[in-house]
Design a protein around this ligand. Structure first.
Ligand code: PNS
Length: 159
């Protein structure tokens, strides 16, 4: 069985992430979407909120599981017996950093490969940072995230 991990911060999940999840789930038997618990980063959404938004948005894809993780991704992949990490590449600017991480991870554990998927063109500009920035000014985020998440994101800036 091919089990893969699609890791990220998902703060919040965007249409770009969801496109990657749908496409990745077709390639592997089981996809673990792994949400990083990063206490240093001070995220907009708590880990529980990020996990639950992802669960809601992927509930119709049977081979997708949402989990959280802390520490090194490559260690987490070993624990979960996953031999594939999936990352999206939006542009050449992503490539240098992602290549460095993928190569580092392969040095640590050569049993785990990183598979890069080209982000769909319509989401090539999109990131959680952009969503947070636009939402913080009350701008329209309906092109970036699914409808049910919109009010939850605005609410963070009204608190
Ligand atoms: O959505 P993001 O913020 O681009 O995701 C980054 C993520 C979570 C994939 C990356 O920060 C990560 O794997 N962090 C865990 C620590 C780790 O393994 N770092 C890479 C080796 S130095």
């Amino acid at each position: 069985m091919r089990r893969a991990i699609y890791p990220g911060s998902f703060d919040p999940v965007t249409y770009g992430h969801l496109d990657m999840i749908v496409r990745s789930a077709k390639i592997v038997d089981e996809l673990i979407v792994a949400v990083l618990i990063n206490s240093a980063k001070n995220p907009l959404f708590s880990i529980e909120e990020r996990v639950s938004m992802l669960e809601e948005m992927t509930k119709d894809i049977p081979n997708v599981k949402i989990q959280s993780f802390e520490g090194l991704l490559i260690e987490y992949a070993r624990e979960k017996e996953a031999n594939l990490i999936i990352r999206g590449l939006r542009a050449v600017t992503d490539f240098e950093y992602e290549l460095q991480i993928a190569q580092t991870n392969r040095i640590v554990n050569s049993q785990v490969d990183t598979l890069f998927l080209a982000t769909s063109l319509e989401y090539a500009y999109l990131s959680s940072t952009i969503v947070r920035e636009v939402a913080s000014y009350g701008g329209d985020i309906s092109h970036f995230v699914p409808g049910p998440l919109i009010e939850r994101i605005y609410a963070k800036y009204k608190q």
